[in-house]
Ligand binder design. Structure first.
Ligand SMILES: [Zn+2]
Ligand SMILES: [Zn+2]
Length: 369
């Protein structure tokens, strides 16, 4: 007997591409129906489009319903062994809600408090990823108190990028394949294309973090409660703040939740894509990592754009080595160390950096670059 599921998986990349197109189309359909229903309901109830509260809510429900429930039920037979359906639905739904529902609501109900809340959440949650997930938990670049670890883990959970265990596992593989591409698989390998490295890698099933990874007590706590922390602090908290302080819970949810999450996703994803494609490679690294000045625009507040430096010396608590290489995460960790909140900051000696640069220059000259 032929196995239908296997047959469809064997059909290969074309089938997968078609599936993603159909999946996105169903989301758009859900969104369109949601908008039609929402606007009609609002017209009847308020005798006109009054504020967009109902339509935004119905758009959200319809998009999530069509995306998460209908498509998952339809596709689980065919592609669940290949595609990461939850990620696809989540990424598409959050983008649609942010771009359509969010921008509509933000324009209809413009309030500078919501913008300020979104920017503050972006900076705080973004540093949960850079100072927390990346430099503390993955590279062990410094030490801090368990309560600060927990605060960073909460901020990182609100960034909706998965729990700390899977994040650090993926990132270890990314660095592990620097010089041994055939031995260890980089989950977001730039050689598979710019879009794949940006977010395409999240659409396919990948290796899950093994159970034997040893986690600190605070990391294990975050893994256990990740879902609650993500929803509570990523979406509930901005809605609650805006509700209590300026009586606009939906505005807070959109600006501090959905729109901020989308912007933060792309800022992080740019490090895997843009920072491995555009910029300079002063350490002549084979992983194509770049010091990407162009990323100052999106990463001004996070400071991970000196990615070539980081790949050369991953344990260093800094990504920007020179005074002009602005790196807010470095300054955050350094400032905290002055107050005794962080310690044992790992810093590469200047002579080592100079020696590596000299060696890289020599290599380039001998290759005729
Ligand atoms: Zn990298
Ligand atoms: Zn790293």
């Amino acid at each position: 007997m032929t196995n239908l599921a296997t047959e469809n998986i064997v059909a290969g990349p074309l089938r997968e591409k078609i599936d993603i197109i159909v999946l996105c189309s169903l989301h758009v359909l859900g969104l369109t129906i949601g908008m039609a229903l929402g606007l009609t309901a609002e017209w009847i109830l308020f005798d006109g489009i009054e504020g967009g509260i109902i339509s935004t809510a119905v758009i959200t429900i319809c998009s999530v319903f069509f995306g998460l429930i209908l498509t998952t039920r339809y596709y689980c037979q065919f592609t669940s062994q290949v595609l990461e359906l939850f990620n696809i639905n989540l990424i598409v739904a959050v983008h649609l809600i942010a771009i359509v529902g969010g921008s509509y609501y933000m324009i209809a109900h413009f309030a500078w408090q919501n913008i300020a809340l979104g920017v503050a959440m972006f900076i705080i949650c973004g540093h949960g990823i850079t100072a927390g997930y990346h430099r503390l938990f993955t590279h062990r670049s410094y030490k801090t108190f368990p309560w600060i670890e927990k605060l960073l883990l909460i901020a990182a959970a609100a960034s909706v990028q998965g729990n700390v265990k899977q994040w650090l596992y993926d990132h270890h593989l990314h660095h592990g394949s620097d010089n041994r591409p055939s031995v260890v698989k980089d989950p977001y390998d730039i050689r598979r294309g710019l879009l794949y490295a940006h977010f395409g890698w999240l659409f396919w099933k990948r290796k899950l973090a093994p159970d034997n990874i040893i986690l600190s007590q605070s990391a294990a706590w975050q893994v256990k409660y990740y879902g609650w922390l993500m929803i509570g602090f990523g979406f509930g908290l901005p809605g609650l703040i805006a509700w209590l302080l300026w009586n606009d819970p939906l505005g807070g949810l959109m600006a501090g939740g959905f729109i901020r999450v989308v912007l933060e996703w792309h800022a992080t994803w740019c490090i895997n894509s843009v920072a491995h494609k555009f910029g300079t490679n002063p350490f002549n690294r084979p992983d194509q990592s770049q010091n990407s000045f162009i990323l100052c625009i999106v990463l001004l507040f996070l400071g991970e754009m000196w990615h070539n430096n980081h790949h050369e010396f991953p344990p260093d608590y800094r990504s920007g080595f020179s005074w002009w290489q602005f790196d807010s995460t470095k300054w955050l960790i350094w400032t905290m160390s002055k107050f005794g909140l962080t310690w044992d900051l790992k810093k590469t000696p200047r002579w080592k950096i100079k020696r590596a640069l000299k060696r890289a220059k020599g290599q380039s000259l001998s290759l005729g670059c």
